[in-house]
Ligand binder design. Structure first.
Ligand code: AHM
Ligand code: MG
Length: 339
């Protein structure tokens, strides 16, 4: 459908719902509630440099990392709003070890997995951060009331919506319902997201590579060889690629989506070793994998498998992630296969 610019995200969601006569409107309403939470977080993030809220809260989350006050704020905002929205049966958050129940009597047919504030080490230094979300249809019957862990432990290929909000020089919402990737920019003066980037497609070839090169001594040989390869001079092949690494997955992904790029967080042997890399499957890798495929790119894990095909075993499972422009993910895959 050709939509004029100036379309609000609410109007866009309702128009889309009309294209699906079987839709009950529940998913649309769920998204609308999530967008209110995103706007609340965006307002707070913009105040972070001024407000007392900035800085460490002194708590440690389930990953053993310091929880910052903004993380807590974002986590609580999403949990409180979504627990009584009436469309969810359970949630999972990076900041909570167990599944998060919804308010009794408000159980619905979807699940929500989210990273409330990704790139939290960047909050204090005024570098862009984001929220990531992934929505599945529940597996257990609605008559069961509250959802169970199995409702959340579903493959990425079963997602019905995936998206993120980036709190950057402007706040943007980017999401897919399986019908392309669409980006909306927040106009803070009216408090509305407007369609600004319809039908985003990632360029087939990367301009940038994004990886934490500080870990290079800890990588497998295949990744070491690939990163040397992208730095070789071969102008006909567009190499060397330029390096860009923000350290906020949302922001690195967003830039690469628009300009063409490849992001890698492979396994490494640093400290006790990160055999599964650092990033989490349910609320980091899987939603970005759905987005990248909808935008014409690819996402694989360290053995070349499609991220969307991985059957999750636990809520906070980590997974090596290689994601971005198709040509470049294909090339990494060849390096991986050569070993
Ligand atoms: P977070 O969810 O605690 O913010 O951690 C995830 C972040 C990603 O946004 C980013 O891609 C990665 O960690 C950066 O890790 P590193 O500092 O090891 O390069
Ligand atoms: Mg994160």
């Amino acid at each position: 459908m050709n939509r004029p610019l100036g379309v609000t995200v609410s109007r866009y969601i309702l128009d889309n719902q009309r294209l699906h006569p079987e839709a009950t409107g529940e998913l649309s309403s769920l998204l609308s509630e999530l967008i209110v939470a995103a706007k609340t977080i965006s307002a707070e993030v913009n105040m972070a440099g001024l407000a007392d809220i900035i800085g460490l809260s002194g708590k440690v989350n389930v990953q053993g990392e310091n929880v910052q006050k903004m993380d807590e704020f974002a986590n609580n905002t999403i949990k409180k709003r979504m627990a009584s929205c009436g469309y969810l049966c359970a949630m999972a958050s990076e900041e909570d070890e167990d599944i998060i129940p919804v308010v009794d009597g408000y159980e619905g047919k979807y699940t929500l997995a989210f990273d409330p504030l990704d790139g939290s080490s960047n909050i204090d230094v005024n570098v862009s951060i984001g929220t990531i979300f992934s929505i599945h249809r529940r597996r257990t019957s609605l008559t069961m009331g509250q959802g169970a862990k199995e409702d959340l432990l579903q493959k990425g290929s079963e997602q019905v919506v995936a998206g993120y909000i980036i709190y950057g020089s402007s706040t943007m919402l980017v999401f897919t319902t399986g019908d392309g990737v669409h980006g909306f920019t927040l106009d803070p003066s009216v408090g509305e997201f407007f369609l600004s980037h319809p039908n985003l497609k990632i360029p087939a070839r990367a301009k940038y590579f994004s990886i934490n090169e500080g870990n290079s001594q800890y990588w497998d040989d295949s990744i070491k060889r690939y990163i040397s390869y992208v730095k070789e001079i071969d102008e006909a092949d567009g190499r060397p690629l330029s390096a860009r690494y923000i350290g906020t997955l949302v922001s690195d992904f967003h830039r690469n989506l628009i300009t063409g790029g490849i992001f890698l967080y492979p396994s490494d042997t640093k400290d006790a070793g990160k055999p599964s890399g650092k990033l989490r499957l349910l609320y980091e890798a899987a939603p970005f994998a759905m987005l990248i495929e909808q935008a014409g790119g690819r996402a694989i894990t360290g053995d070349g498998r499609n991220i969307l095909d991985i059957e999750p075993e636990s809520l906070h499972q980590r997974v090596p992630l290689i994601i971005g422009s198709k040509h470049d993910v294909d090339t990494v895959e060849n390096f991986l296969l050569e070993g």
